[in-house]
Write a protein that binds this ligand. Structure first.
Ligand code: UDP
Ligand code: MG
Length: 312
């Protein structure tokens, strides 16, 4: 017997879950036809929803013993929900999938085949189009991936989804990273393992609304930078060097100029400009260092990644 766990983070998804359940059970039946030994568990993680998500999930649980759930005491974010799901899963393989069908379940047979027949530890998906997404959002998303690949050691694949099937080994490796600043895409690639990439066209969500505002995404990208790169700190050091060198040259220049031509009291505006410029640079650099310090502070508190209210 072999078990496949399907982890589904849900935040206010009462409308989408019935569609999702219908699709995933269809794909499960299809898979069990090709792999008679395969059984399933569907783990719904309710991320502190305020709508009827839990009622829908509990009803499914009543009908289908493969359904399991864990409900958070409040909204902890998708990253925490994925962690909780991986922790709760018992499968030999685990797949993480959004509840809104933007991670097409019909790719699952192909993904499963990659891990059981083709010798991969993981099969991940990326969307090759961003059709149906606001232009400005796609633009910044692209920019973000380009930036991240330049400043981080781990690889960030443009369009990569959190939709991914993993072997138990990889899941355990991910669970060992107990950090509270969880940028799952980064964590997936940080732990390594052989990954097959499967591409698909973007699909719009089946029902309900996206939980991401533009500023939410912006904050998310800062999390990623702070979590997976120390390049901004190197930037601070480089800038410090450049500015110091510049200041040194300026001092030499001013001393020589004063010795040669005397010291008429002028240059007040340029003085103010210089003061303002350096104050700004200093604030920026302190801010960058502060951002890392803040993360370190939160991390040292060692708080749990989520708090469960109920589970079954
Ligand atoms: N989600 C979650 N917690 C949150 C936000 C989102 O568990 O705080 C879940 C959500 O229910 C969905 C998945 O994460 O299953 C992806 O969210 P969404 O579809 O809103 O993001 P998008 O696809 O628009 O990037
Ligand atoms: Mg979505």
């Amino acid at each position: 017997m072999s078990l496949l766990s399907v982890v589904v983070p849900c935040y206010n998804e009462e409308k989408a879950i019935p569609f999702f359940y219908q699709e995933i059970t269809k794909v499960s039946d299809e898979l069990t036809r090709s792999y008679p030994d395969l059984s399933f568990e569907y783990i719904f993680i309710d991320d502190g929803s305020s709508d009827g998500t839990m009622d829908v999930v509990k009803k499914l649980r009543g009908q289908d013993s493969r359904v399991r759930y864990l409900s958070f005491s409040r909204n902890f974010g998708k990253e925490a929900a994925l962690y909780a799901g991986l922790q709760k899963s018992a499968g030999d393989h685990v797949v993480c999938m959004d509840a809104d069908l933007q991670d097409p379940p019909h790719l699952l047979p192909q993904m499963y085949e990659a891990v059981v027949k083709e010798g991969y530890d993981s099969a991940a998906t990326r969307r090759v189009t961003r059709k149906g997404e606001p232009k400005i959002r796609s633009f910044f998303a692209r920019l973000f991936y380009k930036l991240m690949n330049n400043i981080s050691d781990v690889e960030f694949v443009d369009g990569a989804r959190d939709y991914r099937i993993m072997s138990r080994k990889m899941v355990d490796a991910i669970l060992e990273l107990g950090e509270s600043n969880r940028f799952t895409k980064g964590i997936y690639s940080w732990v390594g393992f052989r990954t097959k990439w499967i591409e698909f066209e973007n699909v719009e969500r089946i029902a309900g609304e996206t939980k991401w505002s533009f500023f939410g995404l912006l904050r998310y990208s800062f999390e990623a930078i702070l979590g997976f790169s120390t390049a901004p700190l190197s930037f601070v050091i480089t800038l410090g060097f450049i500015v110091t060198a510049f200041a040194f040259l300026l001092i030499v220049f001013i001393v020589i100029k004063t010795l040669l031509f005397g010291d008429p009291t002028s240059g007040w505006p340029s003085m103010i400009c210089i003061i303002v410029f350096f104050s700004g640079t200093q604030l920026l650099c302190t801010g960058i260092v502060g951002a890392y310090l803040g993360k370190t502070y939160l991390e040292t508190k060692n708080r749990p990644i989520f708090i469960a209210r109920e589970e079954d």
